[in-house]
Write a protein that binds this ligand. Structure first.
Ligand code: NAP
Length: 260
């Protein structure tokens, strides 16, 4: 099988554990011949992510809390000093307070709203700005989003609003970075049981319902999301920018169905 990312260097942000979508994406990138660089949020995650990086045969793992501009600047500077040219960036990061993913959306606090926006949406601007100077040969920036950006999904609440902002952010960045031949896209993944997803109240029930309703009558496999990320990062995706690509077993197009 040809390797689609041979000779490319990819920066993947958001590997927390083996269940992370970013982990599946990293596995697929390595399978396709990419040189992999991972980041982790801080000291608490350092050991785990370094172990996963070793397992994935990643080139390195670097500390980077995306809410800290100084850490993003240090990431750019460190990679620049090594002479790294980035071809692909994956932003697989989101956070909201647990209480904002269980109570009525109406109860969302100002600080909870701002936090979700900062970590889950603004961080794409900050990451793209940090990465762009390293993408001297052009390339691809991919973020992860969810259907809750455009449809009301129970308890997704403040994260749905952040995903709406993230998708708009993706489009504006695609326009800014297009002249540098940097493409910016989002993958809208179907629900997958990860650490973040478990923070959403009633998530397991939602998974069950999605599997019944989706045209493929099953849930999304992280490996399917990862293969779509390979496509976008590879030259096969060279004409694709500013898109939301759904990898969700078809769930996004469904309306009402026969009541069970
Ligand atoms: P995950 O494994 O928990 O990944 C979320 C990542 O965000 C973690 O690595 C987390 O790091 C990182 N993060 C949070 N705050 C950060 C910060 N300030 N700086 C740097 N990293 C930070 O869960 P996931 O489901 O794979 O989520 C990845 C992306 O996919 C998210 O954008 C999510 O919304 C999206 N998505 C998920 C689903 C799903 O059903 N799972 C569906 C569609 C889209 P720490 O754990 O170290 O804090």
């Amino acid at each position: 099988m040809p390797t689609l990312l041979e000779g490319k260097t990819a920066l993947v942000l958001g590997v927390a554990n083996r269940w992370s979508l970013a982990y599946a994406i990293s596995q697929a990138f390595v399978r396709e011949g990419a040189k992999l660089i991972l980041t982790y949020q801080g000291d608490r995650q350092k050991q785990t992510v370094e172990e996963l990086a070793a397992e994935l045969k990643a080139h390195q793992a670097i500390a980077c809390d995306v809410t800290q501009d100084a850490q993003l600047a240090a990431l750019t500077e460190g990679l620049q000093q090594q002479g790294t040219v980035l071809n692909a960036v994956v932003h697989s990061i989101a956070f909201a307070n647990r209480e904002d993913l269980s109570r009525p959306f109406l109860e969302t606090s100002r600080s909870g709203y701002a936090l979700a926006q900062d970590v889950s949406a603004y961080s794409l601007v900050a990451v793209a700005r940090a990465a762009a100077p390293l993408m001297t040969a052009g390339g691809s920036v991919t973020t992860l989003t969810y259907l809750g950006s455009t449809r009301v999904v129970e308890n997704y609440n403040v994260m749905g609003v952040a995903k709406a902002a993230l998708e708009a952010t993706m489009r504006y960045l695609a326009n800014d970075l297009g002249p540098s031949n940097i493409r910016v896209n989002a993958i809208s993944a179907g629900a997958v049981k990860t650490a973040s997803a478990r923070g959403i109240s009633g998530f397991s029930k939602m998974l069950e319902k999605a599997a019944q309703l989706a045209p493929l009558r099953r849930n999304t496999d992280p490996a399917e999301v990862a293969d779509a990320a390979v496509f976008l990062a590879s030259d096969l995706g060279r004409g694709v920018t500013g898109n939301v690509l759904f990898v969700d077993a078809g769930m996004q197009m469904m309306g009402f169905t026969r009541a069970e």
